[in-house]
Design a binder for this molecule. Structure first.
Ligand code: BES
Ligand code: ZN
Ligand code: ZN
Length: 498
């Protein structure tokens, strides 16, 4: 998709669809329609009235001529416009392109530019919305006649010279963030029969090949054994697929401003293990590597975005399967820090593998860690399908992350690491138990379990993404059914803020 900018409203390039976002202002709308100077203007104005179009948020008004469609999109009142509205509108635009099988868009932003001075963010959001809304995972559909595929080749925007610089910078970054997100979506959507730990490792190797400043180390079972990752190995032991421990490193040009780790839960299939899940609950469990997918998504676009921080991506990838070799309820596992874990339920496996991933991140001397994990159904009960739970041992860190998530429209909600509940994870035979003694507050007790493995001087945030990792129904115009790639854009926005 090529970005073409023009300083004047009418440029030499013609678009198939012109898109006019307008504020909720009848005078302005009238002026706009008159500016088209159509011969049948009166009919259009009558229709405008009849359709009750006032530019309210989400309202559309269509005008066709022989060779061009005009889509006038209401964006509501100036002071109520949010960044999310731009992304949502850009996503809807794709819907109209599909409708008209068009691949050139012209967009006239005058009205929006009046209500905002953050042209950079407008560029980011337009790129995010358009790219993400065009995403499809259809490689296994060979004969879908209804599916219209569009390939947008020109995106034409009318901007002044100084606006253009800011918009273009945002646009380029938005495209890269969307690319990383779509990489993560692809990985989540891939069935577990293909998406094995070995497949994830190959993806990581490919990413390192494509990104000059990224290196990767893949640890095999023997390496993991040497590091004494007894927790990770315990979860893996029932599976026929060889485990992989993936460690990616991005080093910026020049001196790094910080060293951080992003850790992803990488269970490529969660059957529950010996505490096997029932049919309904198991069907979707290819999603259980979504945290890992988002980590890889970030690394896939990290060179282009070039944050000024050293970033470590850490994934303990394995399956959770029942077999004669599986770990069992009642087992006691020892992680690489020497902490012991009593297994109360083999289906609470994510936190067990994370005990070793988090330990490994800290063994690298890293003092700032975010983990992303499809950890608990309880978090979905608490927050529903679209919100992830954010936990942190540092309130300022939580605030920073929430601020960035808010900008990109990824919904994270601050949850407590309630001290009062620490004792719920107590074990009679080990340092900690992998399930609590009550099902209430399950997302919190899972977070508290993880905190057991975080040293006092480490700033850490845990994101329980069980809900928003996968969209059963579309979340919005740019998040279709399937893997969401949740977290990639928040992570990037945070990393770019250094
Ligand atoms: N992978 C699941 C959590 C999950 C559920 C992710 C739904 C995405 C959608 C996790 O490993 C799990 O099974 N958790 C158990 C924990 C319980 C045994 C304490 C759960 O949530 O039921
Ligand atoms: Zn599980
Ligand atoms: Zn799981």
């Amino acid at each position: 998709m090529k970005l073409i900018t023009y300083a004047k409203k009418v440029g030499p390039v013609k678009a198939d669809v012109f898109f006019y976002p307008v504020l909720q202002n009848d005078q302005e709308i009238l002026k706009l329609i008159k500016s088209f100077a159509y011969a049948d203007q009166d009919i259009i104005l009558t229709r405008l009235k009849r359709e009750n179009f006032h530019g309210k948020k989400g309202q559309f008004f269509l005008i066709h001529s022989e060779d061009v469609a005009m889509v006038i999109l209401g964006t509501g009142q100036k002071n109520k416009m949010e960044v999310e509205d731009w992304r949502e509108a850009a996503g809807k635009l794709v819907y109209y392109l599909e409708k008209y099988s068009a691949n050139n868009i012209g967009i006239v932003l005058n009205s929006w530019l009046k209500g905002n001075n953050d042209i950079y963010r407008l560029g980011v959001s337009m790129a995010e919305g358009i790219s993400l809304a065009s995403y499809r995972f259809d490689k296994y559909i060979k004969d879908d006649e209804d599916d219209i595929k569009i390939d947008i080749d020109k995106f034409i925007v009318y901007l002044t010279a100084s606006q253009k610089v800011k918009f273009k910078k945002g646009w380029d970054q938005g495209l890269l963030m969307a690319m990383g997100t779509m990489k993560a979506r692809d990985l989540v959507n891939e069935p577990a029969g293909i998406m094995t730990p070995g497949f994830l490792a190959k993806e990581a190797l490919q990413i390192a090949k494509n990104n000059r400043q990224v290196t990767v180390k893949i640890l095999e079972k023997a390496d993991v054994k040497k590091l004494k990752m007894g927790a990770f190995m315990g979860v893996d032991q029932g599976s026929e697929e060889p485990l992989k421990f993936i460690h990616l490193v991005y080093k910026p040009n020049g001196k790094a401003k910080d060293r951080v780790a992003i850790v992803g839960k990488g269970i490529t299939f969660d059957s529950g293990g010996l505490n096997i899940k029932v049919g309904d609950g198991m069907e979707q469990m290819k999603v259980d590597m979504s945290g890992a997918a988002s980590v890889l998504g970030v690394f896939s676009a990290i060179n282009g975005l070039a944050p000024k921080v050293e970033v470590h991506g850490i994934i303990a990838a394995c399956e959770n399967m029942p077999s004669g070799k599986s770990y069992k309820p009642g087992d006691v596992l020892t992680n690489m820090q020497g902490k012991t874990i009593e297994i109360g339920n083999t289906d609470a496996e994510g936190r067990v593998t994370l005990a070793d991933s988090l330990a490994y991140a800290q063994s690298q001397g890293i003092k700032k860690i975010i983990d992303l994990a499809t950890l608990t159904g309880a978090c979905m009960v608490a927050l529903g399908p679209e919100y992830a739970g954010l936990f942190s041992n540092d309130d300022n860190f939580a605030k920073t992350l929430l601020k960035h998530s808010n900008v990109v429209g990824e919904k994270l909600w601050h949850m407590p690491l309630a001290k009062e509940y620490v004792s719920f994870n107590k074990s009679k035979v080990a340092d900690v138990r992998n399930i609590a003694d009550t099902r209430y507050g399950g997302a919190i007790t899972a977070g508290l379990f993880l905190q057991k493995f975080i040293e006092d001087d480490v700033i850490w945030s845990h994101w329980d993404i069980a809900g928003p990792a996968f969209a059963e129904k579309p979340f919005n115009s740019y998040t279709p059914v399937g893997g969401v790639g949740f977290g990639v854009r928040t992570l990037f926005t945070w990393l770019l803020d250094y």
